[in-house]
Structures are given as structure tokens and as C-alpha cells.
Design a protein around this ligand. Structure first.
Ligand SMILES: NC(=O)C1=CN([C@@H]2O[C@H](COP(=O)(O)OP(=O)(O)OC[C@H]3O[C@@H](n4cnc5c(N)ncnc54)[C@H](O)[C@@H]3O)[C@@H](O)[C@H]2O)C=CC1
Ligand SMILES: O=C(O)CCC(=O)C(=O)O
Length: 443
């Protein structure tokens, strides 16, 4: 480790105490970017570009007060971390979960900087949300929470300033309630959020984009090494937006999907899920134990998907859900590719184990960029007051994912031909933001 890397890691740890997820995300980038800077761009070290990139341009924290159906009053904490605006308006999702805190939102916003840069679109980076638990809440409670959340957030966002979207716990319903509140308060029908319904200026394919994009990326990685997706067995974690559409696309491309999961357990269907089976999973409202009553399958409470033999593993649930032990089991069982649908789902040690094994590994900042890419396309459509066909959007999504893949190969291939996609994504994402920041002076 170079002395600059050592002192940088020390500096970040000292200045961001009690933020383990943020530090994890920064270390993962610094270990690739600093050696690159030292070898190829010492001027950017002097400019302290990485030190500037890890500091959010602005962090907003606010009170969200709302009333439940029995008139009890609740207080939650809302946030928006506006990380970097060098390439465009701040852009990134909102997460509603009791686990939300500043460390998690800063790691997500930091990852978003690299991801959004990789898309090639004019997007800055941000992330936000609240420590609100949507589970078990009525539709009216969700609406009141979203309205209260947007009553404050509306001062800080705007179609050319900061454009939030969904993430865990925030889908089209929540985007609708927040959009309605913004429009009412600002008297302005504008593209302030993405992930909107297609009847009210949303883009076709935004719900599908992250999962579909993940599979386009995986297809390209396999192709690069002479393989194909057809006939492969795929283990997926999660059962939300990303997991569902990843499973659909994997099946459509001829793979067999054998698992989905939630935080309580995993459904293992050795015969493979179909569209009908996945829709049944959705209808179960988390009661996954019901699935084997209808289909020839197993439910494993308290278990993750990674113990089941598969060719391809797609963690699509949440951060740090796949640890070193899980990585070891996947490798022992012959897994040839791990691609992240979620943000930072593999622990630091898991990543090291996977990289050492030499199998294909795609970090979320590259492989799950399809969601924000189609959000970027939604912004373009809103600006020109048009709506493109699903086919046109999906073609653009596919091209963007292939271009991201090729950027990773460009920056991640070593002289022996081995491709480190993490290194490629880190350096490929960094160089563009760094050049823009340098050009814009000391900001
Ligand atoms: N929605 C999007 O467009 C994008 C989402 N992501 C990331 O993908 C991941 C999933 O997001 P969404 O699907 O949008 O959220 P979601 O709220 O639709 O689904 C999350 C799913 O993960 C499950 N889950 C949560 N914690 C879990 C755990 N510890 N173990 C197993 N399952 C667990 C939930 O039960 C749910 O099925 C997150 O890391 C998010 O940041 C990344 C890029 C874009
Ligand atoms: O679509 C967006 O703006 C954000 C998607 C997101 O939150 C992510 O890429 O993690």
C-alpha cells in the first residue's frame, strides 16, 4: 500500500467516524483509484480530487412528522445527501427503511457518483430517504408520510437541481404521492422525480430497467469470455423491484432461476421459476412459507440463497448481504459469475475472496446502473415534453449497459487479458467526474 493510500484511508476514517458502510465504499474505490492516479495522473493527486469527491456538496437532514390511522403522531428523520454535481443535477434514489442512517446514505450517494458517470449521461449524484418503516402501513399512512417528507424536501430539489427516484421501500406509489405534493406546493408540473407512472410523464421501462440492465451486463460479461446465459442456473436474492425484473429477464434469455428471498428466508425451486410463479411470490406479501404448498419447492426460513448450487449469483436485496462464507460456498459449488443488482451487497472480504478466485465479478455501480440510466432518459423525455416507446428506451438501455461493460474492460483489463470489473468501474467512473471537477475550478 502506498503512503498516500495509507494516509488517505486514515484521513477518511478520522473524518467520518461511526460510518462503516461509507468507509467500506470509499476504501473499495481508493484501493483502485489511488494507484491509478499515482501512475497516470499525479496532477489530480495535487488537486485533491478524491478528497473532494468523498465530501458531500451538501447534506440535508430534516424532521418528518405524520399521523397514523389511529391519530397517533410519529416523528421520523429525513435526509438528502447531495454528493456531486460536476456532471449534472444531483440524481439518485430515496430509501424508506428503519435501517436508514447517514453512513448508509453517504455510501449510496458516493457509489452513485461513479455509477452515474459510467452511464455517460449528464447526471450528478445524490441519495436520500428516511428511517421510516413502510412495512404494515396503510395506503393512507404511506401517503401522509410521503406528503410530509416532500413538504420539506421540495425546497431542496427541482428538475435542474436534484431529481430523486425510488430505492428500497419507494416505488411508483410513493413517487406518485411525493410528485403530487411537490406539484401542489410549487404549482409546477415538472420532472422533479423519476420513476413516475407512464400516464403522468414517466418513462416506459423504468420499473424494468435495473433488473433488465443487470442481465444485459451479465450477458456481455459471459460473451466476453466465450460463454452464454442460455441454460445457466441463476440464484437471486430479494424479491423486490430489482430481483423481480432480473428474474424475468434471466428467464426470457433462457436461464433457470432457482431462488428468490426476503430478510426472513429463501424459496428454492429446483424446477425454476416462471412468470406465473414469480407473480405468485409477489402475491404472498412476504409469507414465503406458503409457496411450497402450491409448487414442488422448498422454503428455507432464516437462510440465504447462496448455499444452493448455481452458475450465476445475483444479489439483488441490500448491502452486505453476501459475506465471505457465502462467497466460499458459491465458489465451491461451481459458480462462475457474481453480478450485483443491489448496491454493495458483497462484504469487503467477500469481494476479496471473489476477486482472488478469478471468476467474473460485476460491482453494482456498473451492473445495476440501468435504473438510473433510464431515469436519465426519463429526464430527457420530460425536458422535451415527449414519451418514447418502450422499445426505444430498452434499446438505449441495452446500449448503455454494453458501453458501461466496455468502459470497465478498458480500465480493468490487465496485460494478461484478465478483467477486473471493479477496478474498471472505479477508474472509468472516476476519470470523467475528476476531469469535470478540475475544469470547474475549486468547488
Ligand atoms: N430500484 C432501483 O432502480 C435500484 C435499486 N438498487 C438497489 O437494489 C437493491 C434492491 O432495491 P429494490 O429492489 O428497488 O428495493 P425493493 O424495496 O423493491 O426490494 C427489496 C427486496 O429486498 C428484500 N430484502 C431486504 N433486506 C433483505 C435481506 N437482508 N435479505 C434478503 N432480502 C432482503 C426485501 O424483502 C425486498 O424483497 C437495493 O440495494 C437498492 O439500492 C440499485 C439500483 C437501482
Ligand atoms: O433512478 C435513480 O435516480 C436512482 C436509482 C438508484 O437509486 C440507484 O442507482 O441506486
Amino acid at each position: 500500500m502506498s503512503s498516500y493510500l495509507t494516509s488517505f484511508i486514515h484521513y477518511v476514517s478520522e473524518t467520518n467516524p461511526h460510518q462503516p458502510e461509507f468507509l467500506q465504499a470509499v476504501r473499495e474505490v481508493a484501493e483502485d483509484v489511488i494507484p491509478y492516479l499515482e501512475a497516470h495522473a499525479p496532477e489530480l493527486v495535487r488537486q485533491r480530487l478524491l478528497e473532494r469527491m468523498i465530501e458531500p456538496e451538501r447534506t440535508i437532514s430534516f424532521r418528518v412528522v405524520w399521523q397514523d390511522d389511529s391519530n397517533a403522531i410519529h416523528v421520523n428523520r429525513g435526509y438528502r445527501v447531495q454528493m456531486n454535481s460536476a456532471l449534472g443535477p444531483y440524481k439518485g434514489g430515496l430509501r424508506f427503511s428503519p435501517t436508514v442512517n447517514l453512513s448508509i446514505l453517504k455510501f449510496l450517494a458516493f457509489e452513485q457518483t461513479f455509477k452515474n458517470s459510467l452511464t455517460g449521461l449528464p447526471l450528478g449524484s445524490a441519495k436520500g430517504g428516511a428511517d421510516f418503516n413502510p412495512k404494515g402501513k396503510s395506503d393512507n399512512e404511506i401517503m401522509r408520510f410521503c406528503q410530509s417528507f416532500m413538504a420539506e424536501l421540495c425546497r431542496h430539489v427541482g428538475s435542474e437541481t436534484d431529481v430523486p427516484a425510488g430505492d428500497i421501500g419507494v416505488g411508483e406509489r410513493e413517487i406518485g404521492y411525493m410528485f403530487g405534493q411537490y406539484k401542489r406546493l410549487q404549482n409546477n408540473f415538472t420532472g422533479v422525480l423519476t420513476g413516475k407512472g407512464t400516464a403522468w410523464s414517466g418513462s416506459f421501462m423504468r420499473p424494468e430497467a435495473t433488473g433488465f440492465g443487470l442481465l444485459y451486463f451479465v450477458e456481455r460479461m459471459l460473451y466476453e469470455t466465450g460463454g452464454v446465459l442460455k441454460g445457466k442456473t441463476v440464484a437471486i436474492s430479494g424479491a423486490g423491484n430489482v430481483a423481480y425484473y432480473a428474474a424475468l429477464k434471466a428467464i426470457a434469455l433462457g436461464a433457470k432461476v432457482i431462488t428468490v428471498s426476503n430478510s426472513e428466508g429463501t424459496i428454492y425451486d429446483k424446477n425454476g421459476f416462471s412468470l406465473e410463479k414469480l407473480d405468485y411470490v409477489n402475491s404472498l406479501n412476504r409469507n414465503f412459507g406458503e409457496y411450497p404448498k402450491r409448487y414442488d419447492a422448498e422454503y428455507h426460513p432464516g437462510q440465504k440463497p447462496w448455499r444452493f448450487a448455481c452458475d450465476i449469483a445475483l444479489p439483488c436485496a441490500t448491502q452486505n448481504e453476501l459475506d465471505e462464507h457465502d462467497a466460499g460456498m458459491l465458489l465451491e459449488n461451481g459458480c462462475i459469475c457474481i453480478a450485483e443488482g443491489a448496491n454493495m451487497p458483497c462484504t469487503e472480504q467477500a469481494v476479496k475472496t471473489i476477486l482472488k478466485s478469478g471468476i467474473l465479478y460485476a460491482p453494482g455501480k456498473a451492473a445495476n446502473a440501468g435504473g438510473v440510466a433510464v431515469s436519465g432518459l426519463e429526464m430527457s423525455q420530460n425536458r422535451i415534453g415527449q414519451q418514447w416507446t418502450a422499445e426505444k428506451v430498452e434499446n438505449r438501455l441495452k446500449k448503455i449497459m454494453h458501453d458501461i461493460h466496455d468502459t470497465c474492460v478498458h480500465y480493468g483489463k490487465d496485460k494478461h487479458g484478465a478483467i477486473n470489473y471493479l477496478k474498471g468501474a472505479n477508474i472509468g467512473g472516476f476519470v470523467k467526474v475528476a476531469a469535470a471537477m478540475k475544469a470547474q475550478g475549486l468547488v
